[in-house]
Design a protein around this ligand. Sequence first.
Ligand code: ADP
Ligand code: GLC
Length: 474
Amino acid sequence: MRVFHLSAECYPVAKVGGLADVVGALPKYQNMLGLQAAVVMPYYDRKFVHENEFEVVFKASSLLGIRRFYFEILKESTDKLGFELYLVRIPGLLDRENVYGYPDETEQFIAFQIAFLDWINWSQQSPDLIHCHDHHSGLVPFLLYHSKLYTRLANIPTIFTIHNGQYHGAFGWDKLSYLPEIDLTQTGLLDWNGGINPLAAAVKCCWRYTTVSPSYLEELTINSNGLEYLFYIERAKGFGIINGIDTQIWNPKTDSMIAEKYSLKQLTAGKQKNKEALCSRFGLSSDKPLVSFIGRLVVEKGADLLAEAIKKSILLHPDGINFFILGAGDIPVQEELLELKEKYPKQCNVYIGYDEALAHLVYAGSDFLLMPSRVEPCGLNQLYALRYGTIPVVRATGGLKDTVIDFGEEGGYGIRFIQPNVNDMVHALDRAAKLYETTPHLQLLRKRMMALDFSWDRSALEYINLYESLKPAI
Ligand code: ADP
Ligand code: GLC
């Protein structure tokens, strides 16, 4: 079966967050299981495209409203990522450095989807199934089934995966003319709350939608930034499939981005070496428990609670707990954290920015990884932490709830708290500090975590089973 994954991000081509990790790994694991999975994404002016060979496999022009745009489809020549990679290059729209954040983002992603559909329509590239990820490719199911231009493709099943239900990519009806000729009796499928909503349209039109954890499937009916009722009525075609991790990249035994490689056998010594490297680089002390946070500094991740909770924890354990933050995002949150660093330089350090290699060192060198998320569709950080023997301290929501069992429960290994507020966090951090004192217990939990299997093998198969269930139609 030939499947195209459509996504705005894919590691290592362009990564902003976990979407890239998933789209960079899932197709590879699916191919190992006998599928023919490929990735189609926008072209970005980034290191990966400069350092690799591409061939142009298709060239054409199309229309975005009255604006004609030229596009080409570039294929990475070696398939070195474990899957075929196709980039949609549109001069003036999809040839820039950043993935998100441009004022004409709506135009960029509509043009991306039109170029993709035109390409598979005009060339001999028709896949057996199209797997769209997040709202950036959310209009594809609608256009496939309700545009005259693509009737040849209208039997292709579509799966839509929701990595983040908070962002919908919505825009006004004044931009309807950007879409190619569509069946105007079906425009209700595009609509939500008086606007064109690509996420809602995808959920309505796709054959099946999935969320990146089972708990998140239920949570969308309670909290999805206005789409709760939609998720309630469409619940029957939703499936929750937990993400995996790419164990070829995230492996402390082979990871060249960390200071000292280690396996379960050299766990204690290996982690300590990494902790020393991290602490000496950031002026922290390697004989204190080290709690880290990695991620986007946004409200969704509970980042606005970090400064206050860290301050209270430091006051509660004046000589006993260190913190390290790696992330970028909301300016007030960044400022609060930098002030904290000024005030408590021996106990807290902050690196504002994005640094892939540093993230690996932080997973390896920390004792605890804090994730106070308000919303967490899956979360990959806690899975990386588990793999590196770092105890996750998480708010029990979405994928965090599905993957982290509190150490107070049978077979547990992490620390969970229920409410996304400062007091609950401080209490959880207090449990972490106490756990750190009981070395044998800590070692037992670390060993338990490292023996867990969150690799993609199982989840990649679950997606394939879902594809196969649509097979009579394929
Ligand atoms: P989300 O996609 O919502 O941001 P995930 O937990 O799914 O959250 O994935 C986040 C991914 O991005 C992980 O691979 C994490 O290591 C990485 N990451 C986030 N922020 C940074 C950063 N500042 N530097 C390096 N890696 C980061
Ligand atoms: C999103 C979610 C995150 C998830 C990731 C990959 O960015 O916020 O929880 O892990 O997608 O599915």
